[in-house]
Design a binder for this molecule. Structure first.
Ligand code: MG
Ligand code: ZN
Length: 228
């Protein structure tokens, strides 16, 4: 559309390119029968701690791997490698989100057929990751009890583009006077019917229940279990 400012036009093309590539990735994931779960949250919400626990719990039964996006450091990948899972860091430099092309590139040396579950940890950011489809089956938005119950109201788009909300660090809830009812109310007001889990990566509380959602193979998994 000629009336649009050029920058808007460029941005739309970028997103369109991303969507096409994400669609290809999704097809490849399906063909390889690998479940792909992405994590988004603000910095410090406990994505990496959650992921470390998830990889550790899943690894005895499933072939798991993770791609970890970060602006500058490779610390998270080193930390996650302790779980024994295959882990690759995507250092994005100045870019504050992952896109489908970064995911495709990072996967180049891996054989998807050898994986059951692949996690993609996005860069800590509640804004632009919502615009980029990565080809994942499920997107988890994490919200820690230390962040304030109004995060969903401030960042509705990321909640709307995610499939499941995960309240993390629930072991700290009492100490920080987390208002549980308010948090749930805010999530539901932004995204009615959204499935919400409360977990602690530290104590393991709530982890099994959540992991069950995506730890069965695609063919064995009834589709409606993911849809709700
Ligand atoms: Mg991290
Ligand atoms: Zn960004």
């Amino acid at each position: 559309m000629s009336s649009q400012p050029r920058l808007v036009e460029v941005r739309q093309n970028v997103l369109k390119q991303n969507d096409l590539l994400a669609r290809e990735l999704r097809k490849r994931f399906q063909d390889a029968d690998v479940r792909v779960v992405s994590l988004v949250s603000s910095p410090g919400s406990g994505k990496t701690a959650f992921l470390e626990k998830a990889l550790t719990l899943l690894r005895p039964k499933f072939r798991v791997a993770a791609l970890v996006g970060d602006l500058a450091t490779e610390n998270d990948a080193a930390r996650l490698a302790r779980s024994g899972a295959a882990v690759k860091q995507i250092v994005t430099g100045t870019i504050c989100h992952l896109d489908a092309q970064m995911v495709e590139k990072a996967l180049a040396e891996w054989s998807l057929e050898e994986l059951d579950v692949l996690f993609i940890e996005n860069v800590g950011n509640l804004v632009c990751p919502s615009s980029y489809d990565l080809g994942e089956d499920l997107r988890l938005v994490l919200l820690s009890v230390t962040e304030g119950e109004d995060k969903p109201l401030k960042y509705p788009t990321i909640f709307n583009t995610a499939d499941i909300a995960v309240i993390t660090k629930i072991d700290l809830a009492e100490a920080v006077e987390f208002e549980r009812a308010a948090a749930h109310h805010n999530i539901q007001s932004v995204r009615p019917g959204m499935k919400v889990f409360e977990v602690s990566a530290k104590t393991g509380a709530g982890m099994d229940e959540l992991l069950q959602l995506f730890s069965t193979t695609r063919s064995a998994q009834p589709e409606q279990a993911l849809a709700g």
